[in-house]
Design a protein around this ligand. Structure first.
Ligand code: DX5
Ligand code: ZN
Length: 235
């Protein structure tokens, strides 16, 4: 059965700066903004929660000065609560925090909301959709990882598609206003698969910033693949 929410939705693109040219981040953000990005995805990694280190609040502060777009912070760190103040002061608009490794996820979500920010919960490929059921009424976004977190430029895991479908059904039942976002290995082909499964927000790094045709053509291609998939299920 087609979800009532999907009948009315549009698919939005969220460029991940992990794949951008860091020497000209301002320009790359401006391009993404001109091309209709819904918000900018910022991957924060600490070398513990994931085996990679990326960037911190100082980069968010710099981004805040050069874009009007909301900045969503994907916290791949062991204790996100400790860093919320710093990232809020730097100009973040929303936080995506992992279900994995957080024994007090409800507290973290409430803390994000107490800062007046949008809150999202992320689940890794090996985590079941059922894990988010109790927190779903409290969040604005659910992010289904379609790769294992920690690195850009990985292959989309098709085994996550069934889970995306289950999360969509749960959102429809419990919190229809919640975004269903996917992150990792999103290109024109996998964007189409993810949207057909129920995603309405697509995070993409490599397929936007790491391709020779440039940000504009890349985003147009992705948006059109996503729209076609959505039109097919809306018919
Ligand atoms: C991976 C990050 C992703 C990453 C996606 O841990 O959460 O946001 O930037 O990059 P691509 O689109 O290259 O898979
Ligand atoms: Zn991410």
């Amino acid at each position: 059965m087609l979800s009532q929410t999907l009948k009315k939705t549009v698919v939005r693109l969220v460029p991940s700066i992990l794949a951008a040219d860091f020497a000209r981040l301002g320009e790359q953000l401006a391009e993404a903004e001109r091309c209709g990005a819904a918000r900018i995805h910022v991957d924060v990694m600490d070398g513990h929660f994931v085996p990679n280190i990326s960037l911190g609040a100082v980069v968010v502060e710099a981004l805040r000065k050069v874009t009007q777009l909301p900045l969503e912070i994907h916290m791949m760190i062991t204790n996100p609560d400790l860093f919320l103040d710093e990232f809020c002061e730097a100009g973040s608009d929303s936080f995506l925090v992992h279900w994995e490794g957080n024994p007090n996820l409800h507290r973290t979500v409430q803390l994000i909301k107490a800062h007046g920010k949008r809150a999202g919960v992320v689940i890794n490929p090996a985590t079941t959709a059922a894990a988010i059921e109790e927190i779903l009424p409290d969040v604005d976004q659910i992010l289904v990882m379609t790769v294992n977190p920690g690195f850009g430029h990985q292959h989309f895991l098709r085994s996550t598609l069934a889970k995306i479908r289950r999360v969509r059904q749960m959102i429809e039942r419990i919190n229809p206003a919640c975004d269903l976002e996917v992150d990792g290995g999103i290109d024109e082909e996998t964007a189409s698969l993810a949207v057909a499964a129920g995603a309405n927000v697509l995070v993409a790094g490599t397929s936007i910033f790491g391709v020779s045709q440039g940000v504009d053509a890349a985003m147009k291609g992705l948006q059109s693949a996503a729209n076609n998939a959505l039109n097919r299920i809306q018919q």
